[in-house]
Design a protein around this ligand. Structure first.
Ligand code: NCD
Length: 448
């Protein structure tokens, strides 16, 4: 039956593409809306028009027995590309996002060369506009020589991730540079995103050592230092907080708190001690620290993947030499949906932390079920599956979640158009969408 339905939907793609030009009506039939109501969702021009009983649509998708979620907005993705195409490209990374129910990503600036000038921002936007399958925003780097004003006017969303501690392709910035950035960002009412860590010198040869050299105490101290320096009161976003103590330290009026799937689902005990596949910054912690982090679930604003693809070859290297980072944009919501299936967390929480809150922070129209909402959805079956590397789409070509329970979307919709259907991708064309200029989401400082 499900196969049958997938086939019918696939045959409808030509209609979907016509819909782009003809503004036809898409109906999602019998959607179970969180709260218990069952409604038909009528979509036109990229937006939800009506939730209730629908007439006949030009295209209809049967959703009875499925879970329909507003698609994810992932505020922390390293799309690489350029000279790092072996790790990821806009095409492979954005397809990976769609296959994981994510339709909006925010790209990080620790590219090679780093994204610190308006010209590089413009080049990045042009490259992504021609390659990406998802909506995207671009962040600008914070370094001593970065042109913050130029990048703001070129349309970046946020400044950072700003490295308070060094990481892959990112040097730590000094307190002076940080304060100058805070002053400017506060003036523009912008957002400064922070990688909060303190790093000690030592023999970084195992996961236990990696955790010891980049300890929870250093993460907490870095959060506190950044908050203390922030007298200009710029809006802060603490990336990938890895411990309950850091979450508590970051509970502050001017700060958002992001946690990654790897810090929620993995601990250093998951790996052999010298296995660099578990090497990431901040480090994976012990199982008890991981559990305490999950106990802070309600204080987490955003789940962001910190999708940091490095190749299989690089991650198989000696622990010292291997780069830090874990791919995760495709497995983020599927892992959380696995927890929903196991009744550890609720669907409204998943929607809030992967879609509503991040969209609000990004300043875009929410994806959702109400009239006027952005018609970005992912449709999930009601059954668990196990993650296999072969089924994933990142160029990185490996996953630390191999064998873990997850629920992957069968179908992803962007702007009312099916863009992912059981393994097939269709590049969206938003020229019909009167509410958007295309896939790029420019920041508020953007000057034409
Ligand atoms: C990230 C990367 O590879 O770009 N690595 C990581 O370990 N998280 C950089 C970063 O976000 O720190």
């Amino acid at each position: 039956m499900e196969e049958e339905q997938g086939r019918i939907i696939s045959e409808q793609h030509t209609t979907m593409i016509r819909m782009v030009q003809g503004q036809e009506i898409l109906v999602l039939r019998d959607v179970l809306i969180p709260g218990g109501r069952i409604a038909d969702i009528t979509i036109s021009n990229g937006l939800v028009m009506h939730a209730g009983a629908a007439g006949t649509g030009d295209v209809e998708i049967a959703c009875r027995g499925k879970m329909v979620l507003p698609a994810g907005t992932d505020l922390h993705v390293h799309m690489r590309d350029g000279v790092q195409q072996e790790k990821e490209t806009w095409k492979s990374g954005s397809q990976s996002a769609l296959a994981g129910g994510v339709t909006v990503v925010v790209d990080q600036p620790n590219t090679i060369p780093p994204l610190t000038t308006p010209e590089r921002v413009q080049e990045r936007v042009i490259r992504a506009e021609s390659q990406s399958y998802v909506r995207f925003a671009i962040n600008g780097g914070v370094t001593s020589d970065a042109d913050l004003a130029g990048m703001w006017e070129a349309g970046i969303f946020a400044f950072g991730e700003t490295f308070a501690g060094p990481s892959s392709y990112g040097e730590a910035v000094s307190g002076d540079v940080l304060v100058q950035a805070m002053e400017q960002v506060a003036r523009w009412n912008g957002l400064l995103t922070i990688h909060a860590e303190q790093v000690s010198e030592g023999d970084d040869s195992t996961l236990v050592e990696h955790d010891r050299l980049r300890p929870v105490t250093g993460e907490v101290q870095a959060v506190q230092d950044v908050l203390n320096l922030n007298t200009p009161e710029s809006q802060l976003y603490f990336c990938h907080l890895s411990s309950a103590d850091a979450i508590r330290a970051a509970v502050h009026g001017t700060a958002y708190r992001e946690v990654t799937p790897h810090h929620l689902f993995l601990s250093l005990e998951t790996f052999e001690p010298d296995d660099a596949h578990g090497k990431v910054n901040p480090p994976l912690r012990s199982e008890s620290v991981r559990r305490d982090l999950f106990a802070c679930w309600d204080q987490i604003d955003v789940i962001g993947s910190d999708h940091a693809p490095h190749t299989r070859k690089e991650k198989a290297m000696d622990f010292h030499a291997a780069p830090s980072g874990i791919p995760g944009v495709e497995t983020m919501i599927p892992l959380l949906m696995g927890w929903v299936h196991e009744k550890k967390i609720s669907i409204p929480d998943v929607i809030s932390k992967t879609s509503v809150r991040p969209s609000e922070i990004l300043g875009i129209r929410p994806a959702g079920f109400s009239p006027g909402d952005r018609a970005d959805f992912a449709i999930y079956p009601n059954e668990l599956t196990q993650i296999t590397t072969e089924s994933l789409h990142s160029a990185a070509g490996w996953s630390p979640y191999e064998g873990m329970n997850a629920v992957f979307p069968e179908l992803t919709i962007l702007g009312g158009v099916v863009v992912f259907d059981a393994g097939d991708f269709f590049r969206p064309d938003l020229s019909y969408d009167r509410n958007g200029t295309g896939l790029w989401v420019p920041g508020r400082g953007y000057c034409l």
